[in-house]
Design a protein around this ligand. Structure first.
Ligand code: ATP
Length: 228
């Protein structure tokens, strides 16, 4: 049984439909890239999975139907989201941000700061004073501190300097190789996605139009649906 199953998912913003039939499956330990051009429904799919917006269709995680659950219950079931825009508590320190998110498991303050040493160096600094890259590391660290079974990263490297992006990709690679965590990734860098993801799902106009093994993704398909 898949860890996450999304079938024929539909969702709207008020009267305006945004998803018309998204499907994706993710097994434990698998890394899946959710791809598609801007505005095609990637973030909306993630919001629907996390129950931040209402949706219809199949939506199951770890054997549970997510419909009807509030988003904090989805988080408690083991879905860790790093949302677009790297949200954290700006007035809390790095350490307070991490501790506030903690749930028992292999990821704790020590392990997160081993993954991102800069967070350890800045443990007493307020989140608001961190650079964009450090805030992104903190947002990922906060999600890891919840010890999720599924980590969702929505544009985790967006707007960051190349060197910081490399650090984030290296961390994602380590999370993949050192834990059995499933990861759902949204990112614009096809090359980096291809190096870490096992599978890809492509959405266009709110619908899944392609899914398969990452190495089955041909230039023809990416050109057509992702715009590379
Ligand atoms: P991007 O890469 O630009 O973030 P995306 O694939 O994540 O794109 P979504 O953000 O899911 O796309 O947007 C899907 C559709 O829903 C778009 O037509 C978008 O304009 C619309 N939409 C997104 N957020 C809202 C909102 N808060 N209110 C109304 N419409 C929205």
């Amino acid at each position: 049984m898949s860890l996450l199953t999304v079938e024929s998912l539909t969702a709207s913003y008020g009267p305006v439909p945004a998803l018309f039939g998204v499907g994706l499956k993710l097994d434990a330990g698998e890394v899946c890239a959710l791809m598609g051009r801007n505005g095609m429904g990637k973030t909306t799919t993630v919001k629907a999975i996390c129950r931040m917006i209402a949706s219809s269709g199949g939506l199951r995680f770890a054997g549970r139907d997510l419909h009807g659950l509030p988003s904090h219950a989805v988080a408690r079931l083991g879905v860790g989201l790093v949302p677009e825009g790297r949200r954290c508590f700006r007035d809390l320190t790095v350490e307070e941000n991490l501790i506030a998110a903690a749930r028992s498991g292999q990821w704790d303050f020590g392990r997160v700061t081993e993954l991102f040493p800069r967070l350890g160096e800045r443990r007493n600094q307020r989140a608001a004073s961190l650079s964009g890259g450090e805030q992104q590391m903190l947002a990922i660290g906060r999600a890891l501190m919840t010890n999720p079974r599924l980590l969702i990263l929505d544009e985790a490297t967006e707007g960051l300097a190349p060197i910081v992006r490399q650090e984030i990709w290296a961390a994602i690679d380590r999370i993949k190789n050192e834990t059995g965590m499933a990861i759902l990734l949204i990112d614009k860098s096809l090359r980096e996605l291809a190096s870490v993801a096992d599978r890809a799902v492509i959405v266009a106009r709110g619908e899944t139009v392609w899914s398969g093994a990452m190495d089955a993704l041909t230039p023809d398909i990416t050109e057509r649906y992702v715009g590379v």
